[in-house]
Each structure stands twice: as structure tokens, then as C-alpha cells.
Design a protein. Sequence first.
Length: 119
Amino acid sequence: MELNYERMGKIIKAVRIARGLSQADLAESIDLSVPYISHIETGRSKASLETIVNIANVLDVTVDRLLCGNLDSGDYTPELRELFSDCNNYEKSMIFDMANELKKSLRRNKELMFRKRNT
């Protein structure tokens, strides 16, 4: 299996933002350019193992955290954890309720579309 560099970049960006760091802060800390950090975060550049380790050290996370779920497994637990990390209980509850309603709506609409195609 191949690494999903776009997904890893999203994790790096989410953690970086949660830590209150700019791309410039991260780039300076590991002696890379801001455009290169941007390319890593968007998956346009494939970071070396050394760069991933350096990013993990600056962000104070394990390499596993950056790579977790990085093979197209569909496990979004790290991203969800990061999404909720700075939310209060009310915000968490509202996001959860909206996600549940969205899921129901998607499934209803999928069923309706399927029925229309078969009639």
C-alpha cells in the first residue's frame, strides 16, 4: 500500500494549527521553506522520513500520530480527535448532532436517488 500524503498533510496542518503555530514557525523550526511546508500539508510534496520525524518533534507528537490511519483505511479517529480538541461540551454536542442529521439526510437522499433511477 502507498502512503496517502494528502491525508498526512491534513493531519500535520490540523496539529500545527492546534499548537498555535504558523507555517512559517514550523518551517523555521526545521529549517525548511514555507512553500515546502505548504506543499507537504496539501500533499503536493512527499516528505522524507527525516522531515516527518522533525515535524513530529516540533509538533510534540509521535510519528505514528502523523501517519496513523494514513493508509487508506477510512479511519478518521485522529482527525476527529483533533477537530474536537478545542471544543467545549456544547460545541461537541452540536457538531455531533449536525453530523448525525447530515448522515441521515445523505442516506435518505441516496435512497431517493436510487428509487428515481429504477422507476
